[in-house]
Design a protein around this ligand. Sequence first.
Ligand SMILES: C=C1C[C@]23C[C@@]1(O)CC[C@H]2[C@@]12CCC[C@@](C)(C(=O)O1)[C@H]2[C@@H]3C(=O)O
Ligand SMILES: O=C(O)CCC(=O)C(=O)O
Ligand SMILES: [Fe+2]
Length: 370
Amino acid sequence: MSAPSQLSKDPHNNYFDFGAARQVPETHTWEGLYEHPLVDGGVGAVEDAVPVVDLRDPHAAEAVARASEQWGTFLLEGHGIPSELLARVEARIVSVFALPASEKMRAARQDGQSHGYGLPPIASYFPKTTWSEGYTMSPANLRAELRKIWPDAGEDYRHFCDVMEEFHRQMLAVVDKLTVLFLAALGVAGVEAGRKIVETMSETVTMHINWYPKCPDPKRTLGLATHTDSGFFTFLMQSHVSGLQLFRREPDRWVGVPPGALIVNIGDLFQILTNGRFRSTYHRAVVNRDSTRVSVAYHLGPPADAKVAPLREAVGGGKPAYRTVTWREYFLVRKEAFTTGGSALQMVSLSPGDHDDDGDGADQISEISS
Ligand SMILES: C=C1C[C@]23C[C@@]1(O)CC[C@H]2[C@@]12CCC[C@@](C)(C(=O)O1)[C@H]2[C@@H]3C(=O)O
Ligand SMILES: O=C(O)CCC(=O)C(=O)O
Ligand SMILES: [Fe+2]
């Protein structure tokens, strides 16, 4: 059995050809995936409708606060990104993953690297391999990165880079609007503060594209392992095929997110920054028998060595719940958490066990511990 990280270690011997697979092999079989019930999170759902925030709503800041506190995830409407652009992004993503393995492997993520083609960094913490391929890239370095796949910088290269850069430009405008709402929700005053935050975050944007091919036996495998995003927040653009599920407690259940929507996920560093007021969300992606699915996660966070501590406004008269960490340190803490079966947020908590880290029960989500 090849370890997940071998996809990037040995490009030629370990490429798994999803198109040719007639069954899910042992290497890709995950246990305990359906221990908790799956409920519908669609807009019309009675109990578990995933919250919706409309950027055009004059009360959007309150809606952001509520959703971030209670769910750590919301569907974003009124963002102004044309569906025609999203369709082009999707088509270009499909075209990258459709390339022959030998061409994709030219950009393979090397061990310890944050960028490149292959499985995402967390894949190496799990004994089983997921039914997906990914590619992490930063907009700042997009053209140089993509030359690895398309050395001759031909038409496909230009189309891909043009459309992803256009997506990035449009996303920055949405980041701007949402940051204003987050700051208002947290009672942080000042346009200046907001501008500085957006400026730094826009320099460190990382895009991770996911490709989940059709699967002959989707219930036996997983597209992306259960995780929380580690940065401040992530926008997730997904195709019109379902697959994303959120973990919710009391009672423990998976909530299926409606396909097609633009999603915002709060990350662990935002939970730290807001002193636990906003919650990061455990989520995973499942795969389908009849449809291939793609998504783009647009990850925002601080520069890798910037110190993140609970905001004064969030701590108020109380105590900081978390110690100061940098994103770089937090990756190491999370690695240790995955290895020991602990929780990264608990590990940086100043009073472990004192406060209830709802979104933070890794050890209780079955496929993590199996
Ligand atoms: C900015 C980042 C967030 C991310 C790690 C990374 O450096 C680049 C890939 C991102 C991603 C995407 C899939 C899930 C995830 C947990 C992973 O392994 O790689 C996230 C990472 C994260 O949020 O920590
Ligand atoms: O594809 C999805 O729905 C989930 C992707 C995701 O969680 C991520 O890339 O961080
Ligand atoms: Fe994620």
